[in-house]
Design a protein around this ligand. Structure first.
Ligand code: ADP
Length: 666
């Protein structure tokens, strides 16, 4: 028994010694190293068989394995970045441009030498400081009194001002006050002699960063200035620097994010927020029990062994509704440059600096992001692809990739253009290209199997539309719009869903009753109100529309919007609803192949709506020929590429009458 105890003790000492060495080698910031040391001290005094000991050892193991000062070196070469973006992605010109601009700003910021202003009335002090600071590779300007300093401050932006406290004329305190009001981001360091230390302390209370004393000690000057610069850069560099990629699934958000990481030479991490239910998944669990874990952010940083990866936080707009705690405040701590340099994960329980992480957030719809978060982001919209773009991407990227992955390089199947278009039109129904990639994968997989089972010879296989059908089975999608007849009371509406634009049909019927309005098809409140508004507009204009005055006295109206599984809301179906009603009540069929979107007012005006680009792409997918949009949305058309406008007539309209002329047969 005694012997066993003894060995346990030696084991404990050995483990503690090992951890002590690891703490020394981990490159922790000094105060964190101190905390780790204290923790280890406590552990050396408790029994190794206790749960507390196990928890403590796991914790320190975790601390020493964090990449405290391990970073990959950024490759800030914009031409190389551009090449990488282009190599991996077709199209997306605007997006690539925005990203390259973003990276260029990063390059410039990195290249800009820190600017420092030295203010002192003694020449020797100015000389000494200039000497020390230029050696550190800072750009140094000098001023011999307050007035000169003011001029310098007007002329350029300084990161740090080092000023003597006591000077004839305007003294250091006054300079400090001036900077605090006019250049609040600039850090001020006071120079003090022995006698003025109390005033220096007072200056710090008034907002000075720190003080250094005369005669200058090289190390003190260097480290104080370096700390001040670090603080300054934290507030400056990261402002507005979180990118937010917003768009439907499969439009290349993840893939572009990964390319940014490659271009910068950084590690890439993707964390899905979709369906996250607990704050602890972001911020970790307190280490009160064995098996407690840090949050995903800290976990991933440890896994990739780098403190400056590109972290993509996916599906910000899909955070679980029943989230325990406040997701936006947890995420602000992660994303906000003012807070994230001292991010405290509950498990680590000491701050970890996230300020050099590059965060990219993705969302299907940007306006679903809570505004405090959205304000800190630069939103880049990824919209859906046209059929032509999809076909290009398939030929250039998806097919070669799948051919490679399925081991078919020796005799790659050759897809004809017609087959690719057939797959896009008849087997997928999406803004992005996820399913398209899946369908191509299916074909390649089936060919691989046939080759292996010798059903086919090892020869080039041509994928024609017939072959595509052979491998994929019967077509999955039909063009309801062009294949159906025009009917009374049925209109085609363009809507925006999380998966991009889509078309839905609005159906209206009348029956015997008394002024009733029935609405079905999982409609949200706003859509219900649109239907009410549509009906009121019609009732108030019954005469001019040719509807008998007493019609509503003897009838109920039922409006239904099928495909009930999709939650539908928003005011943009108003125009399609009013048109369906007018068609119903005048008995004139509405034209199926005219699709529309627009909010209506009680006086018959049409107000602008969102998602025009996505909606037009959806109309093209459904082979709609005519699209009616609000006149005020004309500006959105500028964003559409020419290919997206081909073969489709777009009519911007101001009021309901104009729309009726286009959409209802006479
Ligand atoms: P998202 O993150 O928007 O859902 P992904 O980045 O996962 O979309 O894209 C889905 C697939 O489509 C990936 O294989 C990606 O490489 C490919 N892809 C998307 N856009 C393009 C493009 N413009 N050029 C080439 N490939 C693309």
């Amino acid at each position: 028994m005694k012997f066993f105890k003894k060995s346990e003790e030696t084991e404990q000492t050995a483990k503690i010694e090992e951890l002590r060495r690891m703490i020394d080698a981990a490159g922790m910031p000094p105060d964190i190293k101190r905390i780790a040391g204290q923790e280890l001290e406590t552990l050396s005094r408790i029994s190794p068989s206790s749960a507390e000991y196990t928890i403590g050892i796991t914790y320190i193991d975790y601390l020493v394995s964090m990449p405290w000062n391990k970073k990959t070196e950024d490759i800030l070469d914009i031409s190389r970045a551009e090449k990488i973006m282009n190599q991996e992605h077709y199209g997306l010109h605007k997006i690539k441009e925005r990203i390259l601009e973003h990276l260029a700003v990063k390059v410039l910021r990195a290249a800009r030498k820190p600017q420092i202003l030295v203010v002192d009335d003694e020449e020797i002090a100015r000389k000494n400081l200039t000497h020390i600071l230029t050696k550190e590779n800072y750009a140094v300007a000098i001023a011999s009194d307050g007035e000169e300093a003011s001029k310098e401050l007007e002329a350029s932006e300084f990161d740090v001002v080092i000023t003597d406290l006591k000077m004839p004329g305007m003294d250091g305190m006054e300079i400090l006050e001036k900077i605090r009001t006019r250049h609040p981001d600039t850090k001020v360091i006071m120079i003090t002699g022995y006698a003025t230390v109390p005033s220096a302390v007072e200056a710090m209370q008034k907002g000075a960063f720190h003080y250094i004393s005369k005669p200058f000690k090289l190390d003190e000057v260097r480290s104080t200035v370096r700390n001040a610069l670090e603080k300054k850069l934290q507030t400056r560099s990261a402002r507005g620097s979180v990118l937010c990629f917003a768009g439907p699934p499969g439009t290349g958000k993840t893939s572009v994010g990964r390319a940014i990481a490659t271009a910068l030479g950084r590690k890439f991490v993707r964390i899905s927020l979709g369906g996250m239910k607990d704050e602890a998944e972001i911020r970790g669990h307190r280490r009160t029990y064995v098996g407690a874990k840090p949050g995903r952010i800290i976990e991933e940083i440890r896994r990739v062994e780098s403190a400056n990866p590109v972290i993509m936080l996916d599906e910000l707009d899909k955070i679980g509704q029943d989230f325990k705690g406040d997701p936006s405040s947890a995420l602000l701590e992660v994303l906000d440059p003012e807070q994230n340099h001292s991010f405290v994960d509950h498990y680590l329980d000491i701050p970890f600096d996230l300020s050099s992480v590059m965060f990219i957030v993705t969302a299907n719809v940007a306006h679903d992001i809570p505004s405090p978060l959205r304000d800190r982001m630069e939103v880049i919209e990824f919209s859906g692809y046209t059929q032509e773009e999809k076909a290009h991407i398939a030929m250039q990227f998806l097919i070669p990739k799948q051919v490679g992955e399925k081991g078919l390089y020796e005799h790659p199947p050759v897809f004809t253009d017609e087959a690719v278009y057939k797959i896009i039109r008849e087997y997928t129904h999406e803004a992005g290209i996820r399913n398209l990639e899946r369908k191509i994968a299916t074909i390649c997989r089936k060919i691989a199997r046939e080759l292996v089972q010798n059903k086919r010879k090892f020869e080039s296989i041509k994928i024609t539309p017939e072959m595509a059908e052979h491998y994929l089975g019967r077509r999955k999608y039909h063009f309801e719009v062009i294949e159906e007849e025009d009917r009374v009371g049925v209109t085609t509406s363009l809507v925006l869903t999380e998966a991009g634009g889509d078309i839905i049909f609005v159906e209206a019927v009348k029956m015997k009753g008394k002024k009733g309005l029935i609405l079905t098809g999982s409609l949200g409140d706003v859509m219900r109100e649109s239907a009410q508004a549509a009906l009121s507009y019609i009732r108030s204009n019954a005469g001019s529309l040719g509807i008998p005055e007493d019609f509503f006295e003897h009838h109920d109206i039922h409006i239904h919007i099928p495909s009930g599984a999709i939650q539908k809301d928003g005011p943009s179906a108003g125009l399609a609803i009013v048109t369906a009603l007018i068609s119903l009540l005048t008995g004139q069929p509405a034209i199926r192949s005219v699709a529309m979107t627009g909010e209506i007012t009680l006086t018959g005006r049409i107000l602008p709506v969102g998602g025009i680009k996505e909606k037009i792409l959806a109309a093209k997918r459904a082979q709609v020929k005519t699209v009616i949009i609000p006149a005020k949305n004309r500006i959105d058309l500028e964003e559409l590429q020419d290919a997206a406008r081909e073969d489709i007539n777009i009519h911007p309209v101001d009021n309901i009458n104009e729309a009726i002329d286009l959409a209802v047969l006479k």
